[in-house]
Write a protein that binds this ligand. Sequence first.
Ligand code: ADP
Ligand code: 5GP
Length: 211
Amino acid sequence: MTLHTTSWTPPEQGALFVVAGASGTGKTTLVKEALDAIPGLKFSVSATTRPIRPGEKDGTDYWFLTRDAFTTRVENGDFLEWAEVYGNLYGTLRAPVQQTLGAGFSILLDIDTQGAEQVRQSGIAHTSVFVLPPDLQTLSRRLSSRGTDEKAVIDRRLREAHEQISAAGTFDCIVVNDDLDSAHDQFQAIIVAELLRTNRHSRLVGQFRAR
Ligand code: ADP
Ligand code: 5GP
C-alpha cells in the first residue's frame, strides 16, 4: 500500500497495537514496513534471554539479557507482560510503553499469544492483530529459508505453531500473510483505521462545530 501522509492528521492520542502469530508467519516483516509507513508509530523493544542472531542489534531488535538479569526485572515488576516462548524468556518493559503513549505516539508490540493474553487481562486499551500463514508447509519453508535458526529450533517452533494459532480467535483482527504486498496493505489498514477513529481527533471535530 502506498500510504500517502502529506495530509495525514496525527491522532491526539496514540494507540497500542499487539501483533502475534506463529514463528515465521511474517510478523517482523510486516511490522518493519508499518513502522516506516505510519507516522508516529514506534516499536516496543522487548527484553529476551534468547541468543542474538546475526544482524540483530541490542536495543534495536531486543534488549538481550541474561536469565538472571531478566528474572530480577520480573521480580521488580518491570514487565507489562512476559512469557517463556520456545525455551527462552521474552517480555515487554512497562516504562517505555507508558512513556511512548504518554508522549502521544503509538506503539506496536510483537509478542506471543501468552503475552497477548496478559495484555488483554491488564485491561489496557489496545487493538490486537493475529498473523496467519497461508498453510503449515509454507510456514515451514519460510522458517528454513530465513536461515537464522538451527534445525532443532525450527522444529520446536513448528511443533508449537498449532498452540499459537489456536489462540487466533481471541484477537480483534486477522491477516493472512500469503502474498506479501496484500498482507502489508491489510496490516497497515488495520492500524490506520484505528488511528483515524473519531475519539482520537476530538479537536479536529470540534473545530467545525457550529457556534
Ligand atoms: P516472524 O517475525 O513472524 O517470525 P519473519 O517476518 O521473520 O517472521 O518472516 C519469516 C521469513 O519469511 C523471512 O525470511 C521473511 O522474509 C519471509 N516472509 C515473510 N512474509 C513472506 C511472504 N508473504 N512471502 C514469502 N516470504 C515471506
Ligand atoms: P523470535 O525469537 O523469533 O524473535 O521471537 C519468538 C517469539 O517470541 C515470537 O512469537 C515473538 O512474537 C515472541 N516475543 C517477542 N518479544 C516478546 C515479548 O516481549 N513478550 C512475549 N510474550 N513474547 C515475545
